[in-house]
Design a protein. Structure first.
Length: 510
């Protein structure tokens, strides 16, 4: 089914471009195995490079780096290797090293990549400088960041409307913000926002643009606009909130913590600033971490002093205040799952992405998609109320353990009912283990009596759970076995059509 119609590498690239990570991984794993079998070095190199991207996407940065290093070793051992491919691997290694806090190593990879594209088309120089721009911003080396950003923009002159230009403008906006040039920041960020909002769906780079706009409005004194853009940033970042986008979430959490402090809501401030501190530490961003910890220290000192308990006069619109608490709470729930069961992270992340892909194929409204995204990511939140020993048993044998496990959708619903989440999300969490034939739990609902969002999550969660362990083909087989018995047959068919459209396009990202 995978290789009959198109080349495995290209099929993987197409799947990757559609966000179908598990299918892409399977194509590239097959290509790798086949290349090893027949001794095809080029296919081995490109499949390893692509598989490194999959690991990176899933937040397994150490594994990604190890896979890219194997690709690099092959590249260096092959004098006739395409120099463009070498640049691609070096840029990936730079990004990986940066994610793991190895900034000197990242610097060396960027320099090697820059040297490698001397005789190549300008688009490769753009690729290198674009990556370098993001990297220097991460480590707060503003002069180098500005140099790389401007070089890339110069090379992209005449490409107005290109999302890469918008991303680079966002970077310049961030540099201006850091230097206190608010007018400059506003011009760059608004230009970037306009371009990215015109793209179909939510462009992934829109998250950092909204995050920077939120800080801009905070610095301009407009708390309402700051909360609005901060919420928009989290909405866009939501599908990758636990893996690749944690640093951007940290930036918004710090902002929300600062706003909560200004309006005298110290409980929310504490939660947001603690999260920002943890996420910055996980991303090795020590300067940001130190700044947030200073805020936390001040907060604790104020808390302990009588004078500090007087609330600030600042205020925000009640609806936005609710929005601030809403995202703080959701992120807190995710943190509690992750701290107890780190392995669930990729599963929750991918279930959310695949559920949203199904939701979009069903043309659900934006509100329903938002409710679906939250429910999909939090569908197993109820397991945090169970004894970890019960949860870790692969197959709970005793009736007590089984009953406990079967109670997790009810615990999940209960937890969510304490927070301002839409009823649709709570219902979806309660019913995500119902079965289409009525044999599921907790209420034994059947067919279309099961809420649509719960039926979508059941399909996505089944696919992801099997797909992460045994790959795409095994996961699709599992879906077809459960079609009509456990899972909604129409949704299984729609899910299959997303993976295997009639006319498979082959050119995409990679
Ligand atoms: Fe579950």
């Amino acid at each position: 089914m995978l290789a009959d119609r198109v080349d495995l590498y290209e099929k993987g690239r197409w799947a990757w471009g559609q966000g179908l990570v598990i299918l892409a991984a399977e194509c590239w794993r097959r290509l790798r195995d086949e290349a090893r079998r027949v001794g095809h070095r080029v296919d081995l190199m490109r499949s390893l490079n692509a598989l490194g991207c999959v690991e990176y996407e899933l937040g397994r940065f150490h594994v990604a780096q190890a896979v890219w290093k194997r690709a690099e070793a092959l590249v260096e051992a092959e004098p006739s290797c395409d120099p463009r491919f070498r640049v691609k691997v070096l840029v990936n290694l730079a990004l990986g090293a940066c994610q793991m806090g190895r900034f000197d190593e990242a610097d060396a990879y960027v320099r090697a990549a820059r040297d490698g594209c001397q005789d190549l088309e300008p688009s490769w120089r753009v690729h290198v400088e674009h990556a370098a721009s993001a990297m220097w911003i991460t480590v707060r080396r503003w002069d180098e960041a500005e140099k790389s950003t401007r070089q890339a923009l110069e090379l992209l002159a005449g490409h107005d409307g290109d999302p890469r230009v918008a991303h680079l403008q966002t970077n310049l906006g961030q540099i201006c913000l850091e230097r206190g040039d608010l007018a400059g920041a506003s011009a760059y960020l608004e230009a970037a926002r306009e371009v990215l909002e015109r793209c179909q769906g939510d462009h992934p780079n829109l998250g950092s643009t909204y995050g920077a706009l939120a800080w801009l409005h905070y610095l301009l004194g407009s708390l309402d606009r700051a909360v609005f853009y901060g919420s928009e940033a989290l909405r866009v970042l939501w599908p990758n909130v636990l893996t690749t986008h944690k640093p951007e979430v940290a930036v918004v959490s710090e902002l929300f913590g600062s706003i909560a402090l200004d309006i005298g809501d110290r409980q929310t401030a504490l939660l947001d600033l603690q999260r920002a501190s943890t996420y910055f530490a996980q991303a090795y961003r020590w300067t940001d971490w130190a700044r947030v910890n200073q805020l936390l220290d001040d907060l604790v000192r104020q808390w302990n002093s009588v004078a500090g308990r007087v609330d600030s006069a600042a205020a925000i619109h009640p609806e936005l205040r609710e929005r601030l608490c809403y995202f703080t709470t959701l992120l807190d729930l995710l943190d509690s799952i992750e701290s107890l069961y780190p392995d669930i992270r990729q599963q929750a992340e991918l279930t959310c992405r695949y559920a949203l892909a199904l939701g979009r194929a069903l043309q659900l409204s934006p509100d329903d998609l938002e409710a679906l995204g939250h429910a999909a990511k939090l569908h197993d939140i109820g397991i945090t109320s169970l004894d970890p020993e019960v949860v870790r048993q692969r197959d709970p044998v005793g009736p007590v353990a089984r009953d406990r496990m079967r109670a997790h959708p009810l615990f999940g619903e209960k937890i969510l009912s304490l927070f301002p989440l839409p009823e649709l999300s709570r219902d979806a969490v309660r019913h995500h283990h119902e079965r289409y034939d009525g044999s599921g739990f907790p209420d034994g609902l059947a067919g279309e009596d099961i809420p649509l969002l719960a039926r979508i999550i059941a399909v996505a969660a089944t696919y992801v759970s099997v797909g992460l362990k045994r790959g795409h083909t095994a996961a699709m087989l599992e879906l077809s076995c459960r079609r009509g018995r456990h899972l909604d047959p129409g949704l299984v068919d729609l899910f299959a059509s997303i993976h295997d459209p009639v006319e498979t396009p082959v050119a995409a990202a990679g």
